[in-house]
Ligand binder design. Structure first.
Ligand code: ZN
Length: 488
């Protein structure tokens, strides 16, 4: 329970622009701030924040309100939780009494799950730092990867004891309802004993026992899930190197990104995000000094994840290992990024390196320089990859179609025309032919996916401004140059 004077103190300290900018990159415009609306798929900044009135408002979807309304809507927080969040941000102390068991029961399902996850993250961390096995097995693993103490704390890494009921018993002793251990996926039910005989009663076992623990945080910093990595001494006979929390009321795999909570400020500041595959890639890059990085376990990004990132930046660089698997992965799922109006670049690391190993053997400055010198515009990359050394006319035509199809997902017309012109030069194909193909794709995209036809104006047969292709200048840079010229 939070008393009224404390609520008043919290509301007095709260600055709406500071709260909103935790989630949205804001730009000053007059006395207000504007940014991309986090509540709808916004491409023109329609979200306005008024510091003087203490409110925010979207002129397209109408959502907004004061800081409390904003947090409740965006982060699905309860009213007391929004207050707690603000109190934490503005370092205002709240005197809250411990909940009784009865109250714990009454707390909403969601809340109880967050509470259990938060407790579990601290429990795993405590084991890592203080338990004999935690230090000997878990800490030895993180030390072996070269992780520093501050980084281990920043990502709240932990260790789960090998005993299959260790967490379940500790949670029970601390007064937590086993139902929520199962609901969050920390534990799972079994109805057989170790010999495989039906025991007649449900028993719960820990999901992550014996694993190094990587908690997943929501964008506002709540623990929503865990990833557990099996450690080398136990790899025999275990097929899955990583185990993750299953989807639950509070965790939807396709709506979260690992590391976003720790990275969001750097993403907004650098106006760019690096996409990698694994937990250790994210953590090693942080430790090396590159903090605008998130991971998605190697699968293609979902539209929810792309929009989540788009709140902070429009520029994404996909980092891959320089092997064949990496190159093929780079071609997957990229059209959706273009469709969501992200500027996409790809970066391949030197042979035998992943972001983790590269970050461990280079300084931040060296890493940044490598990125600067080697990142490639996605369309250019795809054109070169598919057409290089391809002499077979049928295969060439398939490749050209595939590239033009990717270009058809770019919604900015100037950028699209620039890409097309660039490709016609690179492929040695008449531009008018490419424009016809492009328009067919655009028509199909529109019919298949977007009933809203106005979003895709057709390409012009005679582009009014035909930019010269200059080597070393990306189409994105060219397009913004053309846009500036048109505006002048
Ligand atoms: Zn909106």
């Amino acid at each position: 329970m939070i008393d009224r004077p404390t609520i008043a103190k919290i509301m007095d300290a709260t600055k709406i622009e500071e709260v909103v900018s935790e989630f949205v990159t804001l730009k000053k415009r007059g006395i207000n701030y504007v940014g991309l609306c986090p509540f709808h798929n916004d491409s023109n900044p329609s979200f306005s924040v008024s510091p003087t009135r203490g409110i925010c408002h979207c002129f397209t979807c109408g959502k907004g309100g004061n800081a409390i309304n904003f947090l409740m809507e965006l982060e699905q927080m309860t009213y007391p939780d929004a207050l707690r969040w603000l109190a934490k941000k503005y370092k205002i102390e709240i005197q809250e009494r411990e909940l009784t068991n009865e109250e714990k029961q009454r707390e909403s399902e969601r809340e109880s799950m967050f509470i259990v996850n938060d407790w579990a993250a601290k429990y795993f961390q405590d084991i890592l730092l203080h338990d004999v096995d935690g230090i000997a097995i878990g800490m030895a693993y993180f030390r072996g990867r070269g992780f520093r103490d501050d980084i281990i704390r920043k990502f709240q890494l932990g260790f789960a004891l090998p005993k299959r009921t260790a967490l379940a018993e500790a949670a029970k002793a601390a007064g937590y309802n086993p139902k929520y251990l199962v609901d969050t996926g920390l534990c799972f039910k079994v109805d057989k004993d170790e010999a495989g005989n039906k025991s007649g009663e449900d028993k719960i076992l820990d999901r992550f026992s014996g694993r190094a623990i990587f908690p997943w945080f929501s964008v506002s910093g709540k623990v929503v899930a865990f990833g557990g990595r099996v450690l080398d001494s136990r790899t025999k006979g275990i097929s899955q190197k990583y185990v993750n929390s299953p989807d639950s009321v509070i965790y939807h795999k396709e709506r979260e990104l690992y590391g976003l909570y720790q990275a969001k400020k750097a993403i907004a500041k650098e106006d760019c995000v690096f996409m990698v595959e694994g937990y250790t890639d994210v953590i090693s890059m942080h430790q090396c000094g590159i903090e605008n990085v998130v991971a998605n376990s190697g699968t293609a990004l979902s539209v929810h994840q792309i929009r989540l990132l788009h709140r902070f930046t429009s520029n994404i660089v996909l980092l891959y290992d320089g092997d064949n698997a990496g190159i093929h992965a780079a071609l997957r799922g990229t059209d959706m990024l273009l469709e969501e109006e992200m500027n996409v670049k790809v970066l391949f690391l030197p042979d035998g390196n992943d972001p983790d190993s590269f970050a461990r053997s280079h300084s931040a400055e060296e890493f940044r320089r490598y990125i600067q010198e080697n990142q490639t515009d996605f369309i250019q990359f795809k054109t070169d990859l598919l057409l290089k050394n391809e002499r077979d006319p049928l295969k060439r035509s398939e490749a050209i179609n595939s590239v033009v199809r990717s270009i058809s997902f770019v919604t900015n017309q100037v950028l699209r025309d620039t890409y097309l012109h660039d490709c016609s030069v690179r492929m040695g194909i008449n531009e008018a032919t490419l424009i016809n193909t492009l328009n067919n794709f655009i028509r199909n995209n529109r019919e298949n996916r977007f009933p809203d036809a106005a979003r895709y104006p057709q390409a012009q047969q005679q582009p009014t401004a035909q930019p010269q292709v200059v080597q070393d200048v990306t189409p994105v840079q060219q397009a913004s140059k053309v846009e500036r010229m048109l505006a002048e």
